[in-house]
Design a protein around this ligand. Sequence first.
Ligand code: GLP
Length: 244
Amino acid sequence: VVYENSTIASKSVAKEIADLIRVKQAQKQPCILGLATGSSPKGLYSELVRLHKEEGLSFKNVVSFNLDEYYPMEPDSINSYVRFMKEQLFNHVDILTENYYIPNGKLSKEDIADYCSNYEAKIEALGGIDLQILGIGGNGHIGFNESGSLQNSKTRLVALDHVTRVAASNDFSGLEKTPRTAITLGVKKIMEAKRVILMAWGEGKSHIIKASTEGPVTSQVPASFLQEHNNATFVLDQSSASKL
Ligand code: GLP
């Protein structure tokens, strides 16, 4: 779906999420959201905060699982995704602190594998992700599932691509200080989500949006796997859609 601009697009995605949260509330069910970081979902989160403050949207029945976190990463560090999520969303709505999960960037190496299978088990115990929000990396990564990630890949520690590290290096004041690894939800759990919304804005994403939606389904472009999802939508602005 192509919108005139990212503000209108973000509001439309926020409305879908708000409607889902309310439906689940009426059914006395938890609403399981998969959440993303990066610049793309910022407008979505600010609109959700507005809906909470001005229209009484409650997040008390929301349980959320973030896609990824750099490793190693201290949760209160300026670049942590924990900090990002608190600043963009969690600190401004009534979600319960025990109800949001973000991969832990300060585990010891030997604990990561167990931690990742527990992360997936928690999602499964709740019946899976109702709605997964995604951004997309310039190389087609979703979460931190870089090129080469398999469609059945699990939640795991991954090595970040050079291009991903270069893209992040401004935030970390230089490539040398940019993490080399991250923990990411695997492609399999993303594909199992009942609904997937990938958001992308700007000319810079137009090439990878074309490759993901019109190119072959390939692990070289992990977002292309979404062509095989039965309820996935790419939400775009005019610039990111300009090569379609
Ligand atoms: C990081 C995140 C991804 C995100 C991507 C794109 O790599 N791990 O989940 O989709 O950045 O970020 P942006 O939305 O800032 O372009």
